[in-house]
Design a protein around this ligand. Sequence first.
Ligand code: SF4
Length: 378
Amino acid sequence: MPALPPPSPRTAPFEVHEGTHTLHLLTPDEEVQWSFDRRGRLIAGHDGGFHFLVGMDGRVLLRDRRERTRPPPVRLTFEEVAPLYDRVAADIAAVLAFSLEENTARAWLALAAARDAETYRRDAAAFAEVYQPVSVLPPDCYRALVVQLAEGCCYNRCAFCTLYQDVPYRVKTAADLEAHLDGIAALFGDALALRNKVFLGDANALALDQALLLDHIEHVRRRFPDVAAGGFHSFLDTFTRPLKTEAQLSALRGAGLRRVYVGLESGHRPLRAALRKPGTVAGTREVVAACRRAGVGVGIIVLVGAGGAEFAAGHLRDTMEAIRAMDLGETDLVYLSPLTGAMQPPGLEIASQTAAFRAALSESPFKVARYDLRRWIY
Ligand code: SF4
């Protein structure tokens, strides 16, 4: 795949579609489309058979839409993607040259026209001032506003995980959080309206001291009440002591916590040991039960392909046993997350394990979905 694929021929004028939070520029055959947020920032598009998802950190996720096999997207660096902004600018200029009517869409488009590659470079630098890298979000939180109450992972030793390798673990004080929220407000501006919930990061935000956690949540709610109205979501580890009690989880539910995401990875003990996953399956079940009694939704993450063929049968059997014992409800989720990176098994192992888990979970009352870390960018 080329770094930046060539454009499609522009055979017809672009149309402008104005939404509540996004503006779209598209050709009548929809072969080319660019989408902008309220600040005129390009957020996504497609052209020449490729889809672009533009990250706030300046990187772009490039997906080949021509392949039926859905190959994993490629992450382009800012340098690789910079010429894309010239292409988009030329398309905007063509629309502005022919559409003379003064209206809100034109004013919105003028905002987009005022941005060039240098603007996007400055945005990426501003993002790096405000955030540690946002490496992962559950798929139902792709439109969430990430607020990093902490940075990194307090354990950081799972054998399969490199997400926070270079991020020292740190809990934010009230003053740190205030500065972080100031930065977020400046970074997003009007585009905050696109965000529909809050995701509390990073890996163990809910392991924070309960009083500090409730203060932080309240702080975020006061600052961004509209986004907070969509609820708070976060990862929940099941091994950092002291674990949250049912009463504490109820208090967090009262503060707006809607769903937690628990990395079970596997119910098979030998595989969990090989993965260096801390905690126990029984302990995870207890935490999940406490969440459910407290009215907090749960998303269970299963690492598909972990251990390869050697562990496949035990992984499926024991993980299914653990999930069944959790007695999840219809508002809960199970995410099947394909293992990537150095421990990824060869060949078709992931596809066959995915099919096996899907078949085993097919009669479940809860939703089962794919959670592929490679297919998303913040
Ligand atoms: S606990 Fe989660 S974030 Fe931390 S190392 Fe393990 S998988 Fe990665």
